[in-house]
Design a protein around this ligand. Structure first.
Ligand code: ADP
Ligand code: ZN
Length: 729
C-alpha cells in the first residue's frame, strides 16, 4: 500500500463505524499509525465498536476530547475501491454510509479470531470402554475419511456433548491438532476443455473474452432458455480466472445454487465459494477473508455477495438479470443488478447481464448503446421453442371449484400416454388465496397487515404472506363466530395439486412450492426426481419458472395467465410477459418439441397476444413507447418515499407536510404524487404511506430528495424510507 493513506500516530483520522450514526467520527491514529481502510476498534461512549479508517479527520470536534483508536484489527484493510463503492451506493440509494458498511462486514468476529484453530481427526488409539456416544463420534470420523472438524462441529454431527470428544482425545482415539483456520479453496482448472460451442455460442464467448481485456463494460447476454447462456458465460469466467482476476456469479434464488455449483464443478473440476444466507458464519468468515486476499477465484451467490472485499474483481455475471428478487426490499433498498454495474465501473470490471427476457431498463440501455448486446437465438441442439397457444376460458365449461379446463386436461392426458411430462403452473402459494365466511361474508385477514390470510392445507395453518404470521385454521368465523361456514375461495398451488390428483389418479404428481420443502436439499431432491423422469405431472409456483432443466417435459399449462394483468402497476405487463415466457421455456428443452397452453379470459389483451405471437421486439417497443409517454423508467427517474408508523393519521400528516413543501423537487422540475397508501398498506401493525417522485432522466434526483426530506422531523415511531427506482409505480 502506498504511503498516501498512512496516518502516523496521533494524526486526526475519520472512522466509520457500523453504528447507526450517519457520520464519520474523529479519532487519533493509534501507536504505530494506521492506513486508510484499516479495520479498527474504537471507543464509542462506554463501548468498544468496530470501524474502518475512512480518511483524514474532519476536525469539527473539540480537539482535546478526541479519543484514540484502541487497536488495529487483524483483517485485510478495506480497499479504496470498495470504500468508494460504498460511498457511491450510499449516495445513490440515500442510505446512511454506516448501513452500507454493515452490508460489507457481514462476516462475524472480524479480525478477532486467531489464525489457528483446534481440529479433531481420527487417532490411532482405542477407547478404554465403548459407549454408544463414543462409537458415534468415531463413526462420523471414519465416514468422512481424512477430514477434520472443530470440536463443536464434531460433537454436533455425532449428537454428543463436547466432553465425549474430549474423553476420546485423552485416550488417543481422537487426535487434536492445530490447523490454519482457513483452509484454502481448491483452484479451478481453467485448462479443462468446455463443451464444444456452436457458432453462435462461440461468437458470444469470444465477445465476452475480448471485453475482459478492456476496462469496465456491460454486456447484455440475451438468449432463450436453453440456448447455452450459462455455457457461454462460464467461458468468460474461465478467461477472467486465467488472467488472475476474481469472478462473481449472482443468482436470483438460493434454490438454484446447488445445481449451478455442480455445473461449475463439472466445468472446472472444483467447487466455487458459495455465499448466501444459508451459509454458516464460519464459512462466511473464511470467504470474506479469502476474497480480500485474492484466494477465492469464483464466488457464486446472492446479491449480498456484491459487498465482498474482492482483491481484484474482474467479472460479475448477473444471471436472470430481470428477476425482481434482485431488488432488496428490506433494510437498505438497492437493486443488485444496478449495484453490480456501479461496482464494476469503479473497479474496471466487466458485467454480463444474462436473461431470456431482459428487463426493460437493460433492453433500453442496450438499444441506446450503453451496454453491448450479444444474442443467442437458437436453443442448443435440436430443441425448439415451444408452440404457444391460448385456451379461451370463456369457451370452456368448468364446474366451480375447478381450474383445469377440459382442453388442458386432454393435453395432459396425451402427454401421459406418450410418457412425457407436463407442468401446471400457478403463481400462488398455499391452498386458497381467500378464506370466506359463508354466514357473514367476511374474509379472514391478517391482524397486523393489510393482507388476507392464505390457507396452507399442507401446514394446516393460515398464513400471512406479508409478515409470515400463521394461525391454526379456525373452525368458527373470527368475525361472526358461526361454526363450519368458512370456505376456501380461488386456487392456490396446493388446491391445484388436489384437483390434479382427482383428475389424473394414475399420475405421479410432484408439487413444487417454497412452503412444501423444509430445506434446500429436500427441494433439490424433488427437482432431481423430476429431471430423472420420476413424475408425470409437476405442479408449481414461480419456483419452477427459474432455470431448472427437465428434459422430458413437453407441456406447460398456465392456469391463470391473467393474474398479473390486474391492477394499475405500470410494470405489470413487463412482468407477466417475462414470467410467461420463462415458464413456457420449461417445455421442450431436449429433442422433443414443447407446447405451452395459456388459460386466459382475455385472449385479446395486448400482453397475452404478444406472448402468443412471440413478437418480443414488438412488445418491447410498444412498452417503451408507453413508458416514454408516461415519463417513467427507463425514460424518467422515480423514487418512492415510504412513511410508516402505528398511527395512520400521523403518518398521513407527515406525508402531506412533505407534499406541500416540495420546493426542492420543483427546483429540478420533479413532481410529487401522493401521499397514498403504499402498495402494502400495513405491515406488522405499521401503516405505510407512499409518495412517488418523478423526475426527468438526467435530473439530480438524490440531491433534491435529501434537501426535500431533511426538514421533516421523525418523531415518535414515525419512520421514513427512500426507495430509489421502486419496483412498482
Ligand atoms: P441457458 O443458460 O441459456 O438456459 P444452458 O447453458 O443451461 O442454457 O444450456 C442448456 C442445456 O444445453 C444445458 O444442459 C447445457 O449443458 C446444454 N448445452 C448448451 N450448449 C451446449 C454445447 N455447446 N454443447 C453441449 N451441450 C450444450
Ligand atoms: Zn401479516
Amino acid at each position: 500500500m502506498s504511503d498516501e493513506g498512512y496516518f502516523p500516530q496521533g494524526t486526526l483520522i475519520g472512522v466509520l463505524t457500523t453504528q447507526p450514526l450517519d457520520r464519520v467520527l474523529d479519532y487519533r491514529a493509534p501507536e504505530g499509525g494506521c492506513f486508510a481502510g484499516a479495520f479498527v476498534e474504537v471507543p464509542l461512549g462506554p463501548r468498544k465498536v468496530m470501524g474502518v479508517v475512512w480518511g483524514p479527520g474532519q476536525g469539527d470536534f473539540d480537539a482535546s476530547k478526541v479519543r484514540s483508536v484502541i487497536r488495529v484489527l487483524d483483517a485485510p484493510p478495506m480497499r479504496e475501491e470498495l470504500r468508494d463503492f460504498l460511498r457511491r451506493a450510499a449516495d445513490y440509494t440515500l442510505t446512511p454510509l454506516s448501513a452500507m458498511l454493515r452490508l460489507a462486514t457481514r462476516a462475524p468476529g472480524l479480525g478477532d479470531a486467531p489464525s489457528m484453530r483446534r481440529v479433531y481427526r481420527l487417532g490411532d488409539g482405542m477407547p478404554d470402554r465403548a459407549t454408544a456416544a463414543r462409537a458415534r463420534v468415531l463413526e462420523v470420523l471414519r465416514e468422512f475419511g481424512g477430514l477434520s472438524f472443530t470440536l463443536k462441529e464434531l460433537a454436533e454431527m455425532a449428537g454428543v456433548s463436547t466432553s465425549v470428544v474430549k474423553g476420546l482425545v485423552a485416550q488417543g482415539a481422537v487426535r487434536e491438532e492445530e490447523s490454519p483456520r482457513d483452509t484454502p479453496f481448491p483452484r479451478l482448472d481453467t485448462d479443462l476443455p468446455g463443451k464444444p460451442l456452436t457458432d453462435d455460442q462461440a461468437a458470444a464467448a469470444a465477445h465476452l473474452r475480448a471485453a475482459l481485456s478492456g476496462g469496465y463494460g456491460t454486456t447484455l447476454l440475451k438468449g432463450v432458455t436453453g440456448s447455452g447462456k450459462t455455457e457461454v458465460y462460464l467461458e468468460a469466467v474461465a478467461e477472467a480466472v486465467r488472467g488472475g482476476r476474481q469472478a462473481l456469479v449472482l443468482l436470483p434464488e438460493i434454490a438454484l445454487t446447488s445445481e449451478f455449483l455442480t455445473r461449475v464443478e463439472q466445468r472446472f473440476g472444483a467447487r466455487p465459494a458459495e455465499w448466501h444466507s444459508g451459509v454458516t458464519m464460519t464459512e462466511r468468515r473464511r470467504i470474506w477473508k479469502m476474497a480480500a486476499q485474492g484466494e477465492v477465484q469464483l464466488v457464486v451467490g446472492a446479491r449480498s455477495a456484491l459487498f465482498l472485499p474482492f482483491q481484484h474483481l474482474g467479472l460479475i455475471i448477473v444471471d436472470e438479470e430481470h428477476d425482481t428478487s434482485y431488488k432488496q426490499e428490506d433494510g437498505v433498498l438497492y437493486n443488485a443488478r444496478d449495484m453490480a454495474v456501479l461496482r464494476a465501473s469503479i473497479v474496471g470490471a466487466q458485467v454480463v447481464l444474462a436473461s431470456a427476457t431482459p428487463s426493460l431498463e437493460s433492453w433500453a440501455n442496450a438499444e441506446a448503446g450503453k451496454y453491448a448486446r450479444v444474442e443467442l437465438t437458437a436453443r442448443f441442439g435440436d430443441a425448439v421453442l415451444p408452440e404457444m397457444r391460448a385456451i379461451d376460458m370463456r369457451a370452456e365449461t368448468l364446474p366451480s371449484g375447478r381450474w383445469i379446463s377440459p382442453t388442458l386436461e386432454r393435453a395432459v392426458t396425451a402427454r401421459m400416454e406418450r410418457g412425457e411430462q407436463s407442468l401446471l403452473f400457478i403463481n400462488r402459494r398455499g391452498f386458497a388465496p381467500v378464506t370466506l365466511c359463508r354466514a357473514c361474508g367476511q374474509q379472514i385477514g391478517c391482524d397486523h397487515c393489510d393482507a388476507r390470510m392464505v390457507e396452507h392445507r399442507f401446514l394446516k395453518r393460515l398464513m400471512c404472506h406479508q409478515c409470515g404470521e400463521t394461525t391454526p385454521i379456525p373452525t368458527a368465523c373470527p368475525s361472526c363466530g358461526v361454526e363450519d361456514k368458512l370456505a376456501p375461495v380461488g386456487p392456490g398451488v396446493e388446491r391445484l395439486a388436489e384437483e390434479a390428483i382427482a383428475l389424473f389418479p394414475e399420475a405421479r404428481i410432484v408439487t413444487l412450492s417454497s412452503d412444501l420443502f423444509a430445506s434446500a436439499r429436500a427441494l433439490k431432491a424433488a427437482i432431481d426426481q423430476i429431471a430423472q423422469g420420476g413424475a408425470d405431472i409437476v405442479i408449481g409456483t414461480q419456483l419452477v419458472a427459474k432455470g431448472h432443466n427437465f428434459p422430458n417435459l413437453t407441456l406447460v399449462g398456465v392456469i391463470d395467465s391473467d393474474l398479473g394483468l390486474q391492477g394499475s402497476d405500470l410494470r405489470a405487463a413487463e412482468r407477466t410477459f417475462q414470467l410467461m415466457r420463462q415458464v413456457a421455456g420449461r417445455a421442450g428443452r431436449a429433442a422433443i418439441p414443447g407446447q405451452a397452453l395459456l388459460q386466459t379470459y382475455q385472449p385479446e389483451h395486448p400482453v397475452i397476444r404478444a406472448i402468443l405471437s412471440g413478437d418480443e421486439t414488438g412488445f418491447w417497443q410498444a412498452e417503451l413507447r408507453e413508458r416514454s409517454a408516461a415519463g417513467v423508467p427507463p425514460y424518467g427517474r422515480m423514487a418512492g418515499i415510504i412513511l410508516s408508523g402505528g398511527d395512520v393519521a400521523r403518518v398521513f400528516d407527515a406525508g402531506n407536510t412533505l407534499a406541500r413543501n416540495d420546493g426542492a423537487l420543483r427546483e429540478i422540475g420533479a413532481q410529487v404524487f401522493g401521499p397514498a397508501p403504499a402498495p402494502i398498506a400495513r405491515v406488522r401493525g405499521r401503516h405505510r404511506v407512499r409518495l412517488l417522485v418523478k423526475a426527468a432522466k438526467g435530473a439530480p434526483l438524490q440531491g433534491a430528495l435529501s434537501r426535500w426530506i431533511a426538514p421533516l422531523r421523525l418523531t415518535g415511531d414515525l419512520r421514513l424510507q427512500v426507495d430509489i427506482d421502486p419496483q412498482s409505480f
